[in-house]
Design a protein around this ligand. Structure first.
Ligand code: MN
Length: 336
């Protein structure tokens, strides 16, 4: 497949890199790394994401080159860190997907659990053995002899640190450390990267106080195994532009004794309900739980979106019921 990717890239000049509607450090780091690697191959590279790159990712230099419009022309698209139509809704709504499908395409991803997989191209690498799509891109570049500059290496490092939560979750393998060492050799500096991330991750005092509200609003279910908090539209309006509420509260929810699963549900005025799911080590249920509600993701981190008219209360009930079933089949404390 690496050779097929090489052939497709070689015959293209204008390349657009596509991030799905849930940009994170991996998708952004992957897109920017590819921008540099392909730029060094003298390609013209454009970066697309249908949604705004969240503020907490602005420590990754180059985020402001990502735009929400496809370029007027391109020869090739590369979707990074996603392989499902479900996460390309903005592109579908804008008619952009048809333009993608009319040209050669590449899909680079590491998610195992996906609904409605992208099926318009056979040039796909879905590698579930890597920690992040950035790591996949690094392996691809090394294998094809493509230059990985210090800047590209830094972006790949950001992608790995993002998906592994700083090399602490189960996506981290021995090979991930080897890749991190290779990236260091190429000039990526983790200390500088972490310092920038901390600086950009600082919250306004208003958000610090909002965290207290979220803590007060957290409900516990199933003998304290499930922590759940609801963020309704007015709170999304007031706080989301300043800070993403889920990462603000979810790590603390998982630090409550007895909690296996942390659920953050957002409900919107248009009827949409979205969920961010995180679980503690030993409870690898997030991917399956999200899948049962039309979403997807990893064992310990996933999400879903309900747009079929079910209201918040109904989605909450369905999510809790599915979570209980999955927790019952998971031996407490079993190694993940
Ligand atoms: Mn990823």
């Amino acid at each position: 497949m690496y050779k097929q990717i090489e052939t497709v890239v070689t015959s293209a000049q204008k390349i657009v890199i596509i991030q799905a509607d849930n940009p994170d450090a991996d998708s952004l780091g992957s897109a920017l790394a590819l921008e540099h690697i392909l730029g060094d191959l003298s390609k013209d590279v454009a970066l697309y994401c249908g949604v705004h790159i969240p503020d907490y990712l602005h420590y990754i230099e180059g985020w402001d080159r990502v735009v929400d419009q496809l370029p007027s022309s391109f020869d090739l698209s590369i979707v990074v860190d996603a392989s499902t139509y479900t996460l390309l809704e903005k592109l579908i709504q804008s008619g952009g997907l048809k333009r993608l499908q009319a040209k050669p395409g590449i899909v680079l991803d590491h998610h195992a659990t996906v609904e409605r997989p992208l099926d318009y191209t056979d040039s796909q690498i879905i590698d579930t053995t890597v920690a992040s799509t950035g790591e996949l891109i690094f392996n691809l570049a090394v294998s094809l002899g493509w230059t990985v500059s210090a800047t590209a290496a830094t972006h790949i490092m950001a992608s790995i640190l993002g998906d592994t939560q700083g090399l602490t979750n189960n996506l981290t393998r021995a090979s991930t450390y080897r890749t991190m060492a290779d990236l260091s050799d190429l000039g990526a500096d983790r200390i500088v990267l972490e310092d920038r991330r901390r600086e950009y991750g600082k919250m306004p005092d208003k958000i610090y106080r909002y965290k207290g509200i979220l803590i007060a609003n957290t409900e516990f279910f199933s003998d304290g195994q499930i922590a759940l908090v609801h963020i309704p539209q007015p709170e999304i309006n007031e706080y989301s532009p300043l800070y993403n509420p889920a990462p603000l509260i979810q790590p603390d929810m998982l630090q409550v004794k007895g909690v296996a699963l942390a659920v953050v549900l957002k409900s919107y005025d248009d009827g949409r309900v979205t969920a961010a799911l995180r679980s503690n080590y030993g409870f690898p249920i997030c991917g399956k739980l999200a899948e049962s509600l039309g979403g997807g993701g990893h064992d310990y981190a996933s999400g879903f979106k309900v747009t079929d008219g079910r209201g918040y209360e109904e989605v909450k009930t369905d999510c809790l019921a599915a979570a209980r079933r999955l927790l019952e089949t998971t031996e407490s404390g079993a190694s993940g």
